[in-house]
Ligand binder design. Sequence first.
Ligand code: TYD
Ligand code: MG
Length: 455
Amino acid sequence: MAKPKRRYVCAECGSVANRWQGQCADCSQWNTLVEDAPETAFAAKHHLSGGGRVLAFEKLDAPSAPTARRSTSLAEFDRALGGGIVPGSAILMGGEPGIGKSTLLLQAAAAIARNGGDAVYVSGEEATHQVRLRASRLGLADAPVRLAAATSVRDILTTLGRDEPPALLVVDSIQTMHSDMIEGAPGTVSQVRASAFELIRYAKESGVALVLVGHVTKDGTIAGPRVLEHMVDVVLSFEGERSHQYRILRALKNRFGAVDEIGVFAMEGAGLTEVENPSALFLSGRDEPLAGSAVFPAIEGTRPVLVEIQALIVRLQSGATPRRAVVGWDTGRLAMLLAVLESRCGLSFSSAEVYLNVAGGYRLVDPAADLAVAAALVSALADKPLPLRSVWLGEVSLAGEIRPVAHTPLRLREAAKLGFDNAAGPTEGAGDKPRLAYAGLKSLSGLVDRVMASA
Ligand code: TYD
Ligand code: MG
């Protein structure tokens, strides 16, 4: 057996050396190295620096085959995935109950099966006749999908191990799966982890594209097992207000592509249909100018999306604490913007209730939305409609300056394409020749002047 190694630890900085020396190599202090407690017999036995396989290192630029992808035939689904499903990858699709996960995956499985791919759909939540019923309502009953109701991972893997692995395996949902390798009821963290681990290993070994459906808690995280998000290659979130038709499929993590790409769908009588022009969908499409409404050119991944921001200001007579309610934007950011408008522009919101809504059930996280929100607020406060066919973009600093934002030319191009003819935003970054009238604003007071001046 190898002789236990001596270790010397610097009393000053804690760095470790293998031999004693007068000066610490790290902190340059003298006579600070002291011998550490010798390695115990146990530690020596469990040392991991021997007995393993020697790894072969590779160069970063070594040639490798390009990632093959299989189209789901749903262009919006492919887009959210970064161009299609990668064989051997594990995808987690999260979303609230009833948002349409099962519907979307049944449609994708049917499309792949119709195109000659072998698609397997295992439902742990619904009986096969329920899934069949949905398939026939969606007009997919003729697609050669292999359907089963099962919750035992061993049963699923035994069945699939008998013949050629399928192209796609959908497991709906991971919280209903049970692995007999460990104790515990389905849905517990250890069961979810163990079941997912077995299924993912099968996917990696056999090249099957695996989609796991995961329930989502109220705060938007995949219920219980955050750990699942680390195990899979792609995390998709299927979002939308249940009362709205529109659904957004968003990539939160993607080992094979960009995140923040979105796929947009509408839930209709015959299932989910793809929406190619999301801007048209989030704009209310009215011709009359209305106070408190501003249009913001948002960016989702590489894709511009125009959304309407609506503000309502209600003056309070009594001294009651006024409400601030926000749908689709950050409450803290609204408070900040109101504070900046009060302190830098002398507007008073303190005795008024403020309601802010992003139309169409869309959620904005882009800081470039500040200026559009401010424009909606000022317009609502002054009861003056903003100019028709105008878009607003820019980040607002605490000093009230309008700061440049990313992708301004792309945003303006999209706005111009949809018939908008004027825009206001930061003085820099609008590009050479915007195809619409562009007003560069230095500060929020410039915005207030512009709103007040509009007809
Ligand atoms: P579902 O896919 O079961 O949701 P999840 O799997 O995320 O829980 O979708 C269920 C909802 O979708 C249900 O409330 C009804 C609606 N729906 C339609 O509006 N049209 C349709 O064609 C289908 C199949 C469902
Ligand atoms: Mg479902």
